[in-house]
Ligand binder design. Structure first.
Ligand code: S3P
Length: 176
C-alpha cells in the first residue's frame, strides 16, 4: 500500500554534485509533473544566494529556511523536488512521509570532479577532503532516509529512465 500522504510527490536526495537538479528537472518533464528546486526557492524567497545566507546568518538559519521551504513544497501533490544535499540532516522523516524519496547515488570520484569544476561555495576550500567528510557523515542518512537508491554513474538519460520507471512502478501509471 502506498502511504496516501506521498500524494504522487517525488523527492531526490543525495550529495552535492550528484546531479539532483539536472536529473530531477528531466524526470519532471518526462513525467509531466511540476518541478521545484528547493535551493532555488529558498534563494528567491530570501532574495539572497545560498552562500550569502550561510555567510550572513549561518548554517542553522539556512537549515530553518530549508525546512520551511520543504514543508511548503510537500503540501503540493504530483511534484518533483530537488533538495539541497543537506536537506536529509533535519528532514528525513518529513520527506519520506510526504514523497517517494529517491537517493541519487553517484561515485565519489564523479562528485569530486563536478564539485571542483563548479567551485561550489560549500566546499570551496579543499573540496576533495570536504566532500569525503560530508559523504562519511551522510551516507547512512541518505540510505536510511530513502525509499529507493538509484545510481547516477552513467548517462543522464539512464538516470532519468530509471527514476521515471521507478515512479510509475510505485505510484501507478496515471498522469495528472
Ligand atoms: C548543501 C548543499 C547545497 C545547498 C547548501 C548546503 C549541503 O545544495 O543546499 O549549500 O549541506 O550539502 P546542493 O546539494 O544542490 O549543492
Amino acid at each position: 500500500m502506498i502511504p496516501a500522504k506521498k500524494r504522487g510527490n517525488l523527492v531526490l536526495t543525495g550529495m552535492p554534485g550528484s546531479g539532483k537538479s539536472t536529473v530531477s528537472r528531466r524526470v519532471a518533464k518526462a513525467l509531466n509533473r511540476e518541478w521545484y528546486d528547493a535551493d532555488a526557492m529558498i534563494e528567491r524567497e530570501a532574495g539572497l544566494a545560498i552562500n550569502e545566507i550561510f555567510e550572513r546568518f549561518g548554517e542553522e538559519h539556512f537549515r530553518a529556511l530549508e525546512t520551511k521551504c520543504l514543508i511548503k513544497l510537500l503540501r503540493r501533490e504530483n511534484t518533483v523536488i530537488a533538495t539541497g544535499g543537506g536537506a536529509i540532516l533535519n528532514n528525513a522523516g518529513l520527506l519520506k512521509k510526504n514523497a517517494l524519496v529517491v537517493y541519487l547515488e553517484r561515485d565519489l570520484e564523479g562528485i569530486i570532479s563536478t564539485m571542483k569544476a563548479e567551485k561550489r561555495p560549500l566546499v570551496k576550500d579543499d573540496p576533495e577532503r570536504r566532500i569525503r567528510e560530508l559523504y562519511e557523515k551522510r551516507k547512512s542518512l541518505y540510505e536510511n532516509g530513502c525509499d529507493m537508491i538509484i545510481t547516477n554513474n552513467g548517462s543522464l538519460n539512464d538516470a532519468v529512465t530509471k527514476i521515471t520507471e521507478a515512479y510509475y512502478a510505485y505510484f501507478g501509471n496515471q498522469r495528472p
